[in-house]
Write a protein that binds this ligand. Structure first.
Ligand SMILES: Cc1cc2nc3c(=O)[nH]c(=O)nc-3n(C[C@H](O)[C@H](O)[C@H](O)COP(=O)(O)OP(=O)(O)OC[C@H]3O[C@@H](n4cnc5c(N)ncnc54)[C@H](O)[C@@H]3O)c2cc1C
Length: 259
């Protein structure tokens, strides 16, 4: 009896853990929720857009043995990513932020799940209703040229032709960024998770709430969860608005206040 159970377990273990690429991600989520992994080189806490992005990019950089855990269900975890309507802008006075956002737009543009795209490139309009704002938009337009992002200054008439539902009252003009998008944050997050899983370097586990850290001599040695302890060399906190409560677990004040 024990032998049969053991053989079934070995077979299941092999199928469920060692051949994740053969399984559709939804099935895989279910499976990773059942099997508690008790060690990893890196534990990422939080499978919102930030945790999924970290897992995706670190696995691309060659990191191995990464476990991403979340207290919620994968990938609608109940965090901010599950709630964001997904307005995305690229243009920013900071060149670095603009480059990051351009990269993000292009990356998400390559993702879709079951035919649902992670982003729609609908374009954006920033409106000016007073001279000061109009001056600012003109300045942003010249910045965008320097940052290699295509934008266009539109008169009030041109703006209204693009978006007839706007009120013409006091409208001076707008700055159009045709490649801006609206995003489906959970699709983007899950897409990055799937790509990370495909590398074989990353596993995801939902319904696993972190309640503390195993710290020895100031070094993290493990993550304590309500399902058991996970020993690790490093832990990366991607807990979003839960950051302060995760920080509290190691006596660290994280000055973040959700509004
Ligand atoms: C209503 C709303 C609208 C928004 N609109 C936009 C928008 O239009 N455009 C835009 O760019 N941004 C928008 N944002 C902001 C954007 O959604 C967030 O900045 C982003 O999703 C944060 O991602 P995250 O991964 O840091 O956090 P989250 O998505 O919150 O992920 C953190 C994860 O950590 C997990 N976690 C926390 N504590 C623990 C624990 N103890 N153990 C295990 N897991 C834990 C949580 O379950 C959660 O899944 C919006 C946010 C909200 C709430």
């Amino acid at each position: 009896m024990y032998l049969v159970a053991s053989l079934i377990w070995q077979k299941l273990r092999h199928t469920l853990i060692f051949e994740p690429m053969a399984l559709p991600a939804k099935q895989l989520n279910f499976i990773t929720e059942i099997i508690m992994q008790n060690s990893a080189s890196l534990v990422i806490i939080g499978s919102g857009i930030v945790g999924c992005s970290a897992a995706y990019h670190l696995s691309k950089l060659g990191w191995k043995d990464i476990l991403v855990i979340d207290q919620g269900e994968l990938f609608h975890t109940g965090g901010s990513t599950s709630h964001a309507p997904g307005t995305l802008f690229q243009l920013n006075p900071s060149k670095m932020m603009t480059k990051f956002s351009k990269y993000t737009h292009d990356l998400y543009d390559s993702f879709s799940i079951d035919g649902v795209k992670a982003v729609e490139r609908l374009g954006s309009l920033q409106l000016a209703h007073n001279p000061e704002r109009w001056k600012e938009l003109k300045r942003l337009h010249s910045i965008s040229k320097s940052w290699d992002l295509e934008t266009e200054l539109l008169s009030a008439e041109e703006t209204l032709r693009k978006l007839p539902i706007l009120s013409s009252d006091k409208l001076i003009g707008s700055l159009s960024t045709p490649s801006d998008a609206t995003g489906r944050a959970v699709i983007a997050a899950e897409s990055m998770a799937r790509k990370a899983i495909e590398t074989g370097a990353v596993k995801f586990q939902g319904k696993t709430r972190v309640s503390g850290f195993d710290i020895r001599n100031g070094v993290v040695r493990g993550v304590i969860t309500e399902q058991g302890n996970i020993s690790c060399e490093k832990a990366l906190v991607c807990g979003g608005i839960w950051g302060p409560s995760l920080g509290e677990m190691i006596g660290m004040n994280i000055p973040l206040q959700p509004l």
